[in-house]
Design a protein around this ligand. Structure first.
Ligand code: NAG
Ligand code: NAG
Length: 141
Protein backbone atom coordinates (compact mmCIF):
# COMPACT_ATOMS: atom_id res chain seq x y z
CA UNK A 1 0.00 0.00 0.00
CA UNK A 2 2.66 2.41 1.15
CA UNK A 3 5.00 1.20 -1.59
CA UNK A 4 2.42 1.66 -4.34
CA UNK A 5 1.79 5.24 -3.16
CA UNK A 6 5.52 5.96 -3.45
CA UNK A 7 5.58 4.37 -6.89
CA UNK A 8 2.66 6.50 -7.98
CA UNK A 9 4.39 9.65 -6.74
CA UNK A 10 7.65 8.68 -8.43
CA UNK A 11 5.78 7.88 -11.62
CA UNK A 12 4.12 11.27 -11.55
CA UNK A 13 7.48 12.99 -10.96
CA UNK A 14 9.01 11.11 -13.87
CA UNK A 15 6.17 12.16 -16.15
CA UNK A 16 6.61 15.77 -15.01
CA UNK A 17 10.36 15.52 -15.62
CA UNK A 18 9.78 14.29 -19.16
CA UNK A 19 7.32 17.09 -19.81
CA UNK A 20 9.82 19.72 -18.68
CA UNK A 21 12.54 18.27 -20.89
CA UNK A 22 10.23 18.09 -23.88
CA UNK A 23 9.44 21.82 -23.70
CA UNK A 24 10.47 24.02 -26.60
CA UNK A 25 13.75 25.88 -26.09
CA UNK A 26 13.21 29.28 -24.52
CA UNK A 27 12.47 31.85 -27.16
CA UNK A 28 14.61 34.67 -25.79
CA UNK A 29 14.90 36.82 -28.89
CA UNK A 30 18.25 37.57 -30.41
CA UNK A 31 20.32 34.83 -28.77
CA UNK A 32 20.44 32.30 -31.59
CA UNK A 33 23.72 31.59 -33.34
CA UNK A 34 24.65 29.28 -36.18
CA UNK A 35 25.57 25.71 -35.19
CA UNK A 36 29.33 25.25 -35.81
CA UNK A 37 28.69 22.19 -37.96
CA UNK A 38 25.84 20.69 -39.92
CA UNK A 39 24.55 17.15 -39.30
CA UNK A 40 27.43 15.54 -41.20
CA UNK A 41 30.00 17.69 -39.35
CA UNK A 42 30.54 19.97 -42.30
CA UNK A 43 31.87 23.22 -40.78
CA UNK A 44 30.12 26.57 -40.81
CA UNK A 45 31.91 28.76 -43.34
CA UNK A 46 29.80 31.90 -43.49
CA UNK A 47 26.81 33.55 -41.87
CA UNK A 48 24.26 36.22 -42.60
CA UNK A 49 22.80 37.60 -39.38
CA UNK A 50 21.35 40.61 -41.23
CA UNK A 51 18.72 38.34 -42.71
CA UNK A 52 15.69 37.19 -40.75
CA UNK A 53 15.50 34.23 -40.68
CA UNK A 54 19.28 34.32 -40.43
CA UNK A 55 21.40 32.20 -42.74
CA UNK A 56 24.20 29.77 -41.87
CA UNK A 57 26.34 28.54 -44.75
CA UNK A 58 28.09 25.16 -44.61
CA UNK A 59 30.88 24.46 -47.04
CA UNK A 60 32.64 26.54 -49.66
CA UNK A 61 29.53 26.99 -51.71
CA UNK A 62 26.76 29.39 -50.60
CA UNK A 63 24.11 27.09 -52.06
CA UNK A 64 24.47 24.80 -49.01
CA UNK A 65 22.82 26.85 -46.32
CA UNK A 66 20.35 26.61 -43.47
CA UNK A 67 18.12 29.42 -42.27
CA UNK A 68 16.85 29.62 -38.71
CA UNK A 69 14.14 31.71 -37.09
CA UNK A 70 15.66 34.73 -35.34
CA UNK A 71 13.02 34.51 -32.61
CA UNK A 72 12.69 30.76 -31.91
CA UNK A 73 15.89 29.32 -33.41
CA UNK A 74 14.05 26.55 -35.25
CA UNK A 75 15.12 25.51 -38.72
CA UNK A 76 13.10 27.44 -41.30
CA UNK A 77 14.64 26.38 -44.58
CA UNK A 78 17.02 23.54 -45.42
CA UNK A 79 19.08 24.24 -48.52
CA UNK A 80 21.64 21.67 -47.39
CA UNK A 81 20.34 18.31 -48.66
CA UNK A 82 18.35 17.78 -45.46
CA UNK A 83 21.52 17.99 -43.37
CA UNK A 84 20.69 21.16 -41.45
CA UNK A 85 20.57 20.92 -37.65
CA UNK A 86 16.97 21.05 -36.39
CA UNK A 87 17.63 24.26 -34.48
CA UNK A 88 20.21 26.98 -33.97
CA UNK A 89 22.31 27.22 -30.81
CA UNK A 90 21.21 29.54 -28.02
CA UNK A 91 24.24 31.50 -26.83
CA UNK A 92 23.59 35.06 -25.76
CA UNK A 93 27.22 36.03 -25.16
CA UNK A 94 28.30 34.78 -28.57
CA UNK A 95 25.34 36.45 -30.26
CA UNK A 96 26.15 39.75 -28.50
CA UNK A 97 29.78 39.48 -29.62
CA UNK A 98 28.68 38.88 -33.21
CA UNK A 99 26.39 41.91 -33.12
CA UNK A 100 29.11 44.11 -31.55
CA UNK A 101 31.61 43.16 -34.25
CA UNK A 102 29.01 43.82 -36.92
CA UNK A 103 28.16 47.24 -35.46
CA UNK A 104 31.76 48.50 -35.64
CA UNK A 105 31.84 50.82 -38.67
CA UNK A 106 35.13 49.80 -40.28
CA UNK A 107 35.71 46.45 -38.67
CA UNK A 108 36.75 43.61 -40.95
CA UNK A 109 34.18 40.93 -41.53
CA UNK A 110 33.55 38.94 -38.36
CA UNK A 111 35.69 35.82 -38.36
CA UNK A 112 33.66 32.63 -38.36
CA UNK A 113 34.59 30.56 -35.28
CA UNK A 114 34.43 27.23 -37.11
CA UNK A 115 36.71 28.50 -39.88
CA UNK A 116 39.40 29.44 -37.34
CA UNK A 117 39.19 26.02 -35.74
CA UNK A 118 39.64 23.98 -38.90
CA UNK A 119 42.48 21.56 -38.29
CA UNK A 120 44.75 20.49 -41.15
CA UNK A 121 43.58 16.89 -40.80
CA UNK A 122 40.04 18.03 -41.44
CA UNK A 123 40.82 19.25 -44.94
CA UNK A 124 40.71 15.77 -46.41
CA UNK A 125 37.40 15.01 -44.71
CA UNK A 126 35.96 18.33 -45.84
CA UNK A 127 36.95 17.68 -49.44
CA UNK A 128 35.41 14.23 -49.33
CA UNK A 129 32.19 15.51 -47.80
CA UNK A 130 32.08 18.35 -50.27
CA UNK A 131 32.35 15.91 -53.13
CA UNK A 132 29.69 13.60 -51.78
CA UNK A 133 27.45 16.61 -51.24
CA UNK A 134 27.98 17.71 -54.83
CA UNK A 135 27.19 14.20 -56.02
CA UNK A 136 24.03 14.17 -53.93
CA UNK A 137 23.13 17.59 -55.24
CA UNK A 138 23.56 16.50 -58.85
CA UNK A 139 21.54 13.42 -58.08
CA UNK A 140 18.63 15.57 -56.88
CA UNK A 141 18.78 18.01 -59.82
C1 NAG B 1 20.82 29.50 -49.82
O1 NAG B 1 20.62 28.44 -50.71
C2 NAG B 1 19.69 28.70 -51.76
C3 NAG B 1 19.50 27.41 -52.55
O2 NAG B 1 20.73 26.83 -52.89
C4 NAG B 1 20.20 29.84 -52.59
O3 NAG B 1 19.27 30.14 -53.60
C5 NAG B 1 20.39 31.07 -51.69
O4 NAG B 1 20.95 32.14 -52.43
C6 NAG B 1 21.32 30.73 -50.53
N1 NAG B 1 21.37 31.85 -49.61
C7 NAG B 1 22.51 32.43 -49.27
C8 NAG B 1 22.39 33.57 -48.29
O5 NAG B 1 23.59 32.09 -49.68
C1 NAG C 1 28.95 30.63 -26.00
O1 NAG C 1 29.88 31.20 -26.87
C2 NAG C 1 31.11 31.53 -26.26
C3 NAG C 1 31.95 32.30 -27.27
O2 NAG C 1 32.01 31.63 -28.49
C4 NAG C 1 31.77 30.25 -25.77
O3 NAG C 1 33.00 30.54 -25.17
C5 NAG C 1 30.84 29.56 -24.79
O4 NAG C 1 31.39 28.32 -24.42
C6 NAG C 1 29.47 29.34 -25.41
N1 NAG C 1 28.56 28.86 -24.39
C7 NAG C 1 27.78 27.81 -24.59
C8 NAG C 1 26.85 27.49 -23.46
O5 NAG C 1 27.82 27.15 -25.61
Amino acid sequence: MHFSTISAVLGTLMVLGTTVQAQEPSNTPGCWVCPAEDRVNYPLTNTNYDASPFVCIYGDDDIFNCSFSSSTGVLVEDNNLGLCPAAAIENCSERRAIMRRRALPHAPAAPVPAAREVKPGLMHTRTRLGESKKRLHNHFD
